[in-house]
Write a protein that binds this ligand. Sequence first.
Ligand code: P1T
Length: 387
Amino acid sequence: MATPSDNAGKFGTLAVHAGQAPEETTGAIMTPIFQTSTYVQPELAKPKGGYDYARLKNPTREALEANVAALEDGCHGIAFASGLAAIESVVKRLSAGDHVVSEENTYGGVTRMFTKVLQKLGIEFSFVDTRDPSCIAEAMRANTKLVHVETPTNPMMRICDIEEAARIAHQGGAILMVDNTFASPYNQRPLALGADVTAHSATKYLNGHSDIIGGILVVNDDELAEDIHFVRKSTGAVPGPMDCWLCLRGTKTLHLRMERHNENGLAVARFLEQHPAVERVHYPGLASHPQHELAGRQMSGFTGMVAVELGDAAKARSMVERTRIFALAESLGGVESLISVPALQTHASVPEDMRLAMGVTDGLVRLSVGIEDQDDLLDDLDQALAG
Ligand code: P1T
């Protein structure tokens, strides 16, 4: 199998080729799905190529890991069974009594994992608004080992200054993990901005076709990679080879899909911004976004994720139940457009006071703008809002 050092080229070339080489027996151009749990060892305790058991090593998984590592401009990709498992494994490196500073407006499932599962094991969490770097600095303690941010955030599209967050984390002796799910590596590369770990729900833009659940981390530091590999090997949240293969097929077109997501996202945000039924649009590509300038500095495109405030729950319900192309469903980042109400779906597990304080109101609608024809998407939203 190819290694990241074999990879040369710009983003689109890496997306198609990185981590993959013709299969040795036949020259098959597509990486085979190594659907096996174990490998026959020629000699006792001397597995061929280090392949002893598939929880530890699988060639299809390794191809995906090398591919995404190249796209994130990093050295080590480590794939997981889900985005949550990927994020959890970084926290599982810590011990009881260690402290994590986290953005407050993460995906609701992340907040739930931190507060309802990992906090019980003795890891401490502080939730802050990372739009303001001084909030991170103020939350740092002597026992802070990890700063976790999401940028843009789900669903409020808040932006965190990655360079600043990295500087503050490192000054306090902690590492910075950036959940890059919403941006995708096509639009933002956190490692180049100083982050130590970039995390993805591969379920979303990386795979792009709404047919797997997966996660992946990319890191540069060898020791950190070894630690995370150890956690994954010891706890077992590995993705199956078929899912890795599907994701690898997805990343081959990431650059093309993201171009269209970016274009359609901006068009939808502009259309909704001037629509009388919409009170406010949250999209970092709009000049009206309070952090538009920062977003422009650290992102090269603004994705297909748009959030709109309609004013109340009835208006939100009416819109999401009337769209014909935008499907009413959780998740995001697939080729097809989706629409949801975070307060009742993705962020239902976040305590109400915390949710409302962040702007995740009952009238907030989230759109994952797909790659369909722009006119059809705008017509669909227009007719849904007319109702
Ligand atoms: O679903 P999973 O692959 O485990 O990924 C979790 C996750 C992590 N990080 C971000 C930013 C996410 O948005 C998610 C999952 N989000 C949804 C399912 C959603 O509809 O927002």
